[in-house]
Write a protein that binds this ligand. Structure first.
Ligand code: GLU
Length: 553
C-alpha cells in the first residue's frame, strides 16, 4: 500500500502537524508548575465526580503555581443538551473554583491554546489523522453500523469454527487502495480506525500517579479514531488536545481505567510521550442490594452540583466535604486548624485514596451546620437572601423589607459560646424561623399548636394572665421575676425540689408554665430563648399571639 497516496486521497487538504506544533509552543512556566484541566461534556449538569476532579485540578494548579484550564468536550452530539455549554462553568464559578484559562462563563475564550471547544478543533484532528494514515498506523473503515455488526458476527462465527482466536481486528484493514478509491467514488463515508498492534492476552504497563505501576490488558481493538462525520471520539481527541494544550497531568475518574490502554496505544502511534494520569476513585453510594455503586444523576439528586445550590448548602461546606473525600488527611488538618480557611490546606495528590468513598449526606450536613453556626447574623442574612432571590422570591421580598428584623431573628442564640446549630442549609431558614416570619396569627389553627387538649384550660389561664403583666421594656431579670411571681400565683412550683417531692400539689413547675407561653408565641414547645423572642417581636405582636391562643382554647 502506498500510504502517502492513501493519506492524500483521504485528507487532501489537511495541514501538516508541524503547523500545529509550531502554533502551540511550550508554555513559559516555572519548573514544577502543572497544567491541568477540567474537560466536561455539555450534558447540562456538573456531576459531583467532575467537581471532585476539578477540585483536585484546582489544588494542583494552585500548589504548583500552574494553570487550570477549561475545555469543552462537545463532540458527542447525542449526549449534548441545548444551552448546556456554560452550566458546568457557571456552577464551578459559584463554588469559587473558576479556571484560569479556556472557555469563560461569558462565552469568550482566554489563553493561547484554543479553541477550547473540541467541535472547533476538527481541522487539527484531521492533521493528526492524516499523519497516522501516512505512517500506515490507521485505515479507513466503510462498514455501516448495522452492517458492521453483521459482518463482525459472521467473521467471528467462522473463526470459532476453525478454533482460531477471536480477533478484534477490523475487516476493512485489508482493503486495497483501489477498493478504497472505488468506495470513495461511490461517495461512501469512512471512519478512521487505529491499526492496533495488540494481541489477545497482551499486557501493558501504565503508571498512575496515585495508583503507581499498573498492569492492564493491552488494547487489541481497531478502535475508531475519527467517526464517519469527521468527529473524533474522546480517545483520540483528548490525547491530541492534552498534547497541544501542554497538559501535564490528567485527573479523571477511575471509570476511564478500562479504556486507558486504548489511549496509551494512541499516544504510541502518534509518537507522543504519555503525560501523567491520576484516576480518582468514584464517589459511591450503597445500592438497594447493599453493594457500592457509582453515584449517578439518574438515581441520586446529589450527583448534580446544582442540587447543593438549590438546597442552599453553603459552598464552603461542599468544598470542604469534597476535599475531605479527596484527601484523607484533610479531617485531621481541619481539627487542628478549626479557624483557617479551607484554601490554606496543603493538598497532596499522592494522598488521594484509592477505594471509592461513600457519599455521606449526614457528614456533609454536619460540616454545613458547624459552618453556618459560626457565621454572623448579617452573613446568614445575606446568604439566605441570595438563596431566596433565586428559589423563593416571596421570602426574598419579605427579607428585604424587614432586613433589621430578619437579622435580629438570625441572631437569636448566635453570639454565645455555643451557638445554636439549627440550620444545615439556607433553604431551611424559612421553616426553622417560620414563627418569626410568617403571618403567624392568620395561619395558626388550634391543631397547629404543640399542645395537649388536657392542658387547654391550664394554658388559657396562663396566657390570659401573662398578657397583663408583659412589658417589653423589662430587662431579663425583671421579666423572669414576673414570670415566677405569676407562676406561683397560678399554682405552679417555683422550687424544683419541692415540686419533685410532691408534684401533685402543683399545676407544674416554672418550665411548664413557660412552655404554655412559648407555645402561644411560637406554636412550639421548643424554641430558642423566650425572652429574646419576645424582645424581637415587641409588645404588640406578642400580646396578639397570646390573645390568639387564648381565643382558640
Ligand atoms: N469529557 C470527559 C467526561 O466528561 C472528560 C474526561 C477527562 O477529564 O479526560 O467525562
Amino acid at each position: 500500500m502506498d500510504y502517502k497516496k492513501l493519506a492524500e486521497l483521504l485528507y487532501p487538504n489537511a495541514k501538516d502537524v508541524s503547523f500545529w506544533e509550531e502554533k502551540y509552543p511550550q508554555r513559559n512556566l516555572s519548573s514544577g508548575a502543572e497544567v491541568v484541566r477540567i474537560a466536561p461534556s455539555p450534558t447540562g449538569y456538573l456531576h459531583i465526580g467532575n467537581f471532585f476532579g476539578a477540585m483536585v485540578d484546582y489544588e494542583i494548579a494552585k500548589t504548583t503555581g500552574g494553570v487550570f484550564y477549561f475545555r469543552l468536550e462537545d463532540t458527542d452530539k447525542k449526549r449534548e443538551v441545548d444551552g448546556a455549554d456554560f452550566v458546568a462553568l457557571n456552577v464551578l464559578k459559584e463554588f469559587g473554583i473558576s479556571p484560569d484559562e479556556g472557555l469563560m462563563p461569558n462565552g469568550t475564550e482566554k489563553g493561547n491554546y484554543g479553541p477550547y471547544r473540541q467541535s472547533e478543533r476538527l481541522e487539527i484532528y484531521k492533521s493528526y489523522a492524516k499523519k497516522l494514515v501516512l505512517e500506515g498506523k490507521a485505515f479507513p473503515c466503510f462498514c455501516q453500523k448495522a452492517a458492521d455488526v453483521g459482518e463482525v458476527f459472521q467473521r467471528r462465527e467462522k473463526e470459532l469454527q476453525t478454533e482460531a482466536s477471536i480477533s478484534e481486528k477490523d475487516p476493512c484493514r485489508n482493503l486495497t487502495f483501489e477498493e478504497i478509491e472505488a468506495k470513495l467514488k461511490e461517495n461512501k463515508k469512512f471512519a478512521l480506525r487505529l491499526k492496533s498492534n495488540g494481541k489477545e492476552g497482551d499486557k501493558v504497563v501504565a503508571f498512575d500517579l496515585c495508583r503507581g505501576e499498573m498492569e492492564l490488558p493491552a488494547n487489541c481493538k481497531d478502535i475508531v479514531l475519527v467517526k464517519d462525520n469527521g468527529i473524533p471520539p474522546y480517545a483520540f481527541a483528548h490525547v491530541i488536545d492534552d498534547h497541544l494544550m501542554k497538559t501535564t497531568t490528567v485527573v479523571r475518574g477511575s471509570d476511564w481505567l478500562s479504556t486507558w490502554p486504548q489511549h496509551l496505544e494512541i499516544y504510541e502511534a502518534l509518537g507522543l510521550k504519555v503525560i501523567n494520569y491520576i484516576h480518582t476513585p468514584l464517589i459511591s453510594k450503597l445500592g438497594e442490594n447493599g453493594n457500592k455503586r457509582k453515584i449517578s444523576k439518574r438515581y441520586d439528586p446529589e450527583a448534580d452540583m446544582r442540587f447543593y445550590v438549590e438546597m442552599g448548602i453553603p459552598k464552603v461546606a461542599v468544598c470542604e466535604y469534597v476535599l475531605n473525600l479527596a484527601n484523607s488527611n484533610f479531617e485531621l488538618w481541619r481539627a487542628a486548624n478549626p479557624e483557617l480557611d479551607f484554601r490554606e490546606f496543603k493538598f497532596s495528590p499522592n494522598k488521594i485514596g484509592l477505594s471509592s468513598p461513600l457519599f455521606d449526606m449526614n457528614k456533609l450536613l454536619d460540616i454545613s451546620k458547624n459552618y453556618i453556626s459560626k457565621l454572623s447574623a448579617t452573613e446568614v442574612y445575606s446568604n439566605v437572601l441570595s438563596w431566596a432571590k433565586e428559589f423563593d422570591k416571596d421570602f426574598a421580598k419579605l427579607l428585604e423589607e424587614r432586613k433589621d428584623f430578619a437579622i435580629s431573628v438570625f441572631n437569636i442564640d448566635r453570639e454565645g459560646k455555643n451557638p445554636r446549630k439549627d440550620l444545615e442549609m439556607f433553604s431551611q431558614a424559612k421553616k426553622v424561623f417560620s414563627y418569626m416570619f410568617l403571618d403567624f396569627l392568620g395561619q395558626m389553627k388550634i391543631e397547629d399548636y404543640e399542645i395537649d387538649s388536657k392542658d387547654f384550660a391550664k394554658a388559657k389561664r396562663v396566657v390570659s394572665e401573662y398578657k397583663n403583666v408583659l412589658d417589653e421594656k423589662d430587662d431579663k431579670e425583671t421579666w423572669f421575676s414576673k414570670i415566677k411571681t405569676l407562676a406561683q400565683k397560678l399554682g405552679f412550683a417555683t422550687d424544683n425540689k419541692e415540686f419533685k417531692k410532691n408534684p401533685e400539689n402543683f399545676e407544674g413547675n416554672v418550665a411548664n408554665f413557660c412552655e404554655f407561653i412559648r407555645v402561644a408565641i411560637t406554636g412550639r414547645k421548643n424554641s430558642p430563648d423566650l425572652f429574646t423572642i419576645i424582645s424581637i417581636l415587641g409588645q404588640e405582636k406578642t400580646v396578639k399571639r397570646l390573645e390568639k391562643l387564648e381565643n382558640l382554647l
